[in-house]
Design a protein around this ligand. Structure first.
Ligand code: FMN
Length: 309
């Protein structure tokens, strides 16, 4: 277990805070994010030199404050500890002055695949990226990919996802069908480490959102030029973004990578972090799994399908 190091402002809210345990290198840290109510309760207990418990909003995690030690029981089964005196000093110091989240100005850039393409034709580009195979990596059979895919929440951060793989995953998103072929979605390919950490907070503090590759699929109903009511266009673009993410998820599996689909996110927070007005539908986190695992079971087809004759 790392050493408790600091209390710092939350990335996305001025009222909460982050409690940080530092590991060996910069990326190797454990963080507990508290909202205003949780921080207020913790401060009250610590300032009275009392003991008690703070339940965190995810309904699984809790902070147990004892006279000598404070234990953080987290939802993934992890425990963190800090001496009560150390935490009391850090929290009370932190609360002396008001804090606000540090904004980061982001400048999204155009994505250029790593593959050289002669003609500037989007169809040619897509075909080239999808057809290009790396020596030694066979083309995949779709049904094998489907039947072996398994989500992961434990990525092997020591193994890089290569650029040609990311090209293919992104190109796969572009092959998905879209309403009227208007492609009512956009993808944010997040490389920035700070932004990834902020997305963790915006996704109910799910730590695996800080993954080797992070793609945020957003809806863009303004692209869907069909004369239908706005709620229909919103639905179409949500379906477009969802299908695109599913195609990328399968492509990642075909490349021997694993993913976790994140639907539990605070849309407003994600919009604020990405500085966009587009509604995020899902975050697809991709990387090499720490452990290859077989697929989860499903119900029987007879229970899934209703036949109408
Ligand atoms: C719409 C949707 C939302 C999901 N949201 C989350 C999420 O917020 N956090 C998470 O850890 N997993 C999330 N998942 C992943 C599912 O838990 C996972 O796909 C499911 O347990 C089936 O496992 P499998 O993908 O290995 O077959 C989501 C999946 C879908 C399709």
């Amino acid at each position: 277990m790392g050493k408790f190091t600091k209390v710092e402002p939350s990335y996305i809210s001025k009222d909460g805070c982050r409690l940080v345990w530092e590991g060996i290198d910069e990326d190797d840290s454990d963080v507990v994010v508290l909202n205003k109510k949780e921080l207020d309760t913790l401060t009250e207990i610590l300032s009275k030199n009392s003991t008690g418990q703070v339940e965190l909003e995810d309904e699984f995690s809790a902070i147990l404050i004892n006279t000598d030690i404070v234990q953080f029981r987290l939802k993934d089964g992890k425990y963190l500890e800090v001496k009560t005196g150390v935490l009391t000093k850090a929290v009370l110091e932190y609360r002396k002055i008001p804090h606000s989240p540090k904004p980061i100005k982001i400048y999204p850039k155009e994505f250029l695949p790593s593959i050289q393409i002669e003609k500037d034709d989007s169809k040619d580009q897509l075909t080239t990226v999808l057809k290009k195979t790396q020596k030694g990596i066979p083309q995949s059979d779709l049904f094998r990919v489907m039947s072996t895919r398994r989500s992961t929440r434990n990525f092997d951060s020591s193994r890089m996802v290569e650029q040609w793989q990311i090209d293919k995953i992104l190109a796969a998103a572009d092959t998905a069908p879209t309403a009227g072929n208007f492609q009512g979605f956009e993808v944010f390919y997040v490389k920035n480490k700070e932004i990834k950490k902020r997305l963790v907070e915006a996704a109910n503090n799910q730590p695996y959102v800080n993954a080797p590759v992070v793609l945020v699929f957003c809806t863009d109903p303004s692209r869907v030029k069909i004369n239908f009511p706005s709620e229909i266009l919103a639905k179409f673009s949500l379906q477009d973004a969802t299908l695109a993410a599913a195609y990328s998820q399968l492509a990642a599996s075909a490349l021997g990578l694993s993913t976790i689909w994140i639907g539990m996110l605070d849309e407003e927070k994600v919009k604020q972090i990405l500085q966009t007005t587009l509604r995020p539908s899902s975050i697809l986190c991709i990387g090499h799994p720490q452990k290859a695992r077989g697929p989860k079971s499903r119900r029987k087809l007879k229970d899934l399908v209703r036949v109408i004759e």
